[in-house]
Design a binder for this molecule. Structure first.
Ligand SMILES: Nc1ncnc2c1ncn2[C@@H]1O[C@H](COP(=O)(O)OP(=O)(O)OP(=O)(O)O)[C@@H](O)[C@H]1O
Length: 795
């Protein structure tokens, strides 16, 4: 396969093959070598002139480089090619397959994003040096206003903002793969979130084929931008084919026939080499296959642009290269625009990318070709030593040991000298940071090196990159596109001019490809399939049967007399308690487990939340109700509660209604409380309280707590069942249980006497109706809780 991404195994196949490959690829690239460009950056802090080389010769370069897979240097033939480059920068889109949508030019300039620092937030702590933005005075830790520490800390929390992206500019073109590299926390995910329309930003401009992307446009564009997140989130019980088929039915336009959608699924399975595991449940497939299913789910909609967040993380090198080969082929054969973040690729993979963006602390430190990056760092005196992996070299320059980072933060807090920072790896010229030929940096520890006159390698790289010049360059490249719309690009008026453009045609597109009803039916089908395997497990069936049997044996064939009045009622209270609790606790896990999947799918515009919610509610009900029904059939008849079949049906309905009400409470808490542990505590307290006020345990409840009883599903289900069961007078038997029998063994206690003895209120119908109201009202509350939580999570 002629592919830019080849692994070491490929390299070893044989020199002949490589030569053939090299020759053919060289001829491919020779026509495009003229697209390389020298971009002269105006010197920033270090009078640095950067060489940015366009990507077009990468194909030949990498094949040629395979022989030197671990070599840092640019091969001689590449250098020659570079030197003969012309100045054109725009790569023409490659030929696209006739039935696929080609990629779009994506450009982004001066993207800045800041976030509020929350002390307890998941990203709290660890401020980026030099990126603390004060919105008022008094931010400094050495502020004089320290007489009230509590108040000051609170105000600092309000005022501090963390800059996570600082004027980031870049571009990606059809037929190209752009790799974003940088240490953990450098902003790779943040920029991808923004470019995919999943996250907002404070300032900057994004254009797609010259069209300025506003929030509203991006919302619509999400359908055409595939975003493969780091986590592979799926319903584990579904097979690979199920997953892709449901996605196709949800996201492909209704106009396509069912057969065409299935054909498309088959095409993706083949394209991503998933045939072997197509009918295996996703929970059992390998990490690499999961990743491909993730990509396949996004590719189904034939997106123009594909963004991937560390798609190779967790994969072995062979799987990683295989995956990158697929991406490469999507770019080259289908003309897609591909942007991927990646952690330390092999040399072969590194040189195969068309473009490279290096990030550090939310700043771009390099944007251009991978080979150009070596030239660039060389000019900064940070040359990659021979025999050293280029990607590793870049990461070495950018990564700072976290312990040192923390120390630096401490130092900063003490001295407030954010600007000067501290030194961990002394840069070339001050302290030798590249040691000999090994390429490994020598860490200089101790405070002796902490001099305000030195800066870290990372800081030097950040300072050396002229982001404004880079932004201009990118805008100039896009000028031709802007010109199509009659927009000039000049200075300060640029932003408003661009934003003032004619209304986007994108806005006229529909938000969803399918109708609400289609979404509902597909989601019902998917949920039934998934929940059937999750709820109808052998274990659950055994559980229902075994408990039914045990209860039947304990309450076995109770005679319908005064002596068993209490046992009859306790049978129902136990039944209601057990199944309501069961429903509450299992439903509680529904949204926490599925929430991430729902939000991921919804962020791609797959379906309405209401369609999901109602589908979930209706589809799971039969499976969830079947288990208590099995229990009822066994225990009711064994215990002889009431041999009237109509009463059996009515009491079973009450039990099932109580299960639905309990499920609503579980769903509501699961949707409303993001923290699983907190939610579990809240639910345990709430469930036990509602149970105790249900009327069985405590008869005389303090007046001020009486209201709690009105919220208890236990109370209504117990009351209604007991009302139904004691449908005729109870014969006295001398057991002195009922006062109405006066200790005698003859006569009857009326139904009213029994109900009064048990403290049961209202008619069976009213109790059932109130139970139904709890089920519906709390279910609606669960929907709104789920909807409101969306914004609180970083998706
Ligand atoms: N909502 C947020 N609140 C606070 N800090 C945030 C938020 N989002 C991102 N950050 C911070 O911004 C920085 C960049 O985060 P990002 O996830 O983009 O990094 P990354 O380069 O993708 O890291 P990794 O390689 O570990 O995934 C990190 O320090 C992160 O903690």
């Amino acid at each position: 396969m002629s592919n830019r991404f080849t692994n070491d195994v490929d390299v070893e196949v044989g020199e002949q093959q490589q030569l053939a490959s090299t020759n053919s690829s060289s001829s491919t690239s020779s026509s495009s070598s003229s697209q390389q460009q020298q971009l002269h950056h105006p010197p920033a802090t270090g009078a640095v002139t950067a060489t940015i080389i366009d990507a077009s010769t990468t194909f030949s370069a990498v094949i040629g480089n395979n022989n030197n897979n671990n070599q840092c240097q640019q091969p001689q033939h590449e250098v020659a090619a570079t030197n003969t480059s012309s100045t054109s920068t725009t790569t023409p889109p490659p030929p696209q397959s006739s039935n696929s949508t080609g990629g779009k030019h994506l450009r982004w300039t001066r993207i800045t994003k800041t976030v509020d620092l929350k002390k307890d937030g998941k990203h709290g702590g660890g401020l980026l040096r030099g990126s603390i933005a004060a919105t008022g005075g008094g931010l400094s830790p050495s502020s004089d206003a320290d007489d009230d520490l509590g108040i000051e800390l609170a105000s600092q929390q309000q005022q501090q903002r963390k800059t996570i992206l600082n004027g980031v500019s870049g571009s990606a073109s059809p037929g190209q793969v752009l790799a974003i590299m940088g240490p953990s926390g450098s902003g790779k995910t943040s920029i991808l979130d923004i470019l995919s329309g999943r996250s907002s930003y404070d300032s900057g401009i994004i254009t797609i084929d010259g069209e300025v992307v506003t929030d509203r446009i991006m919302k619509k564009m999400k359908k055409k931008v595939a975003y493969v997140k780091q986590n592979d989130l799926f319903f584990g019980h579904l097979t690979v084919r199920d997953q892709l088929t449901y996605t196709a039915f949800l996201r492909l336009p209704s106009a396509l026939t069912k057969n065409k959608k299935i054909l498309e699924v088959n095409r993706i399975i083949k394209l991503l080499r998933l045939s072997k595991c197509a009918d295996t449940p996703i929970e059992r497939i390998s990490g690499g296959e999961k990743k491909r299913v993730n990509i396949g789910s996004e590719l189904l909609t034939d997106p123009s642009n594909i963004l991937l967040d560390e798609p190779t993380s967790g994969l072995d090198s062979t799987s990683a290269v295989a995956l990158l080969q697929i991406l490469d082929s999507l770019a080259r054969k289908e003309g897609k625009t591909i942007i991927t973040s990646i952690h330390q690729p092999s040399s072969a993979v590194f040189f195969a990318f068309d473009k490279l963006m290096l990030l550090a602390d939310g700043n771009v430190v390099y944007f251009g070709t991978p080979r150009g990056s070596l030239e660039y760092v060389k000019q900064l005196g940070l040359e990659c030593p021979p025999g050293y992996n280029a990607a590793d070299h870049h990461m070495d320059l950018l990564v700072v040991d976290s312990a040192v980072d923390d120390e630096e933060d401490d130092e900063e807090e003490k001295s407030c000298d954010v600007e000067n920072g501290v030194d961990d790896f002394m840069v070339n010229g001050e302290v030798d940071n590249i040691s000999g030929t090994t390429g490994l940096r020598q860490r200089k520890s101790g405070n002796a090196q902490r001099q305000s006159t030195t800066i870290t390698t990372r800081q030097k790289l950040i300072a050396s990159w002229d982001s404004e010049a880079s932004a201009r360059q990118i805008e100039e490249e896009g000028a031709a596109e802007f010109a199509q719309f009659g927009i000039s690009i000049d200075g300060s008026s640029r932003h408003s001019q661009l934003l003032g453009r004619r209304q986007s045609t994108v806005m006229t597109e529909k938000s969803f490809n399918t109708t609400w009803w289609t979404q509902y039916t597909v989601l019902v089908h998917r949920s039934m399939k998934n929940s059937r395997s999750a709820i109808f497990t052998t274990l659950n069936l055994i559980k229902s049967g075994a408990i039914g049997l045990m209860v039947g044996l304990l309450w076995y064939q109770m005679p319908y007399t005064e002596a068993t009045v209490y046992d009859r009622s306790s049978y129902f209270f136990f039944t209601m308690t057990f199944w309501v609790f069961d429903a509450m606790f299992t439903a509680y896990m529904t949204f926490p487990l599925e929430r991430a999947i729902i939000f991921k799918e919804r962020s791609s515009g797959a379906y309405h939340l209401s369609a999901y919610f109602i589908a979930k509610t209706t589809s799971e009900a039969p499976a969830r109700l079947a288990l208590p029904a099995i229990y009822m059939v066994i225990s009711y008849w064994m215990s002889g509660v009431n041999n009237n079949f109509g009463i059996f049906v009515a009491t079973t309905i009450c039990s099932l209604l109580s299960v639905l009400a309990g499920e609503s409470i579980g769903l509501f808490l699961g949707a409303a409380v993001l923290d699983l542990e907190k939610g579990m505590v809240i639910m345990t307290v709430a469930a036990l309280t509602l149970m105790v006020v249900g009327g069985f345990f405590v008869r005389i409840i303090p007046t001020w707590l009486l209201w709690l009883g009105y919220l208890s599903p236990f109370k209504y289900s117990y009351n209604s069942s007991v009302q139904l069961v004691f449908n005729q007078p109870v014969p006295c038997d001398g057991s002195k249980v009922l006062a109405a029998c006066k200790g005698g063994a003859e006569g009857y206690a009326s139904k009213e006497d029994v109900l009064e003895f048990l403290g049961v209120q209202y008619s069976a119908g009213l109790n059932a109706a109130l139970l139904f109201c709890i089920f519906v009202i709390i279910r609606i509350m669960a929907f709104f809780a789920l909807r409101s939580k969306k914004a609180e999570e970083r998706i």
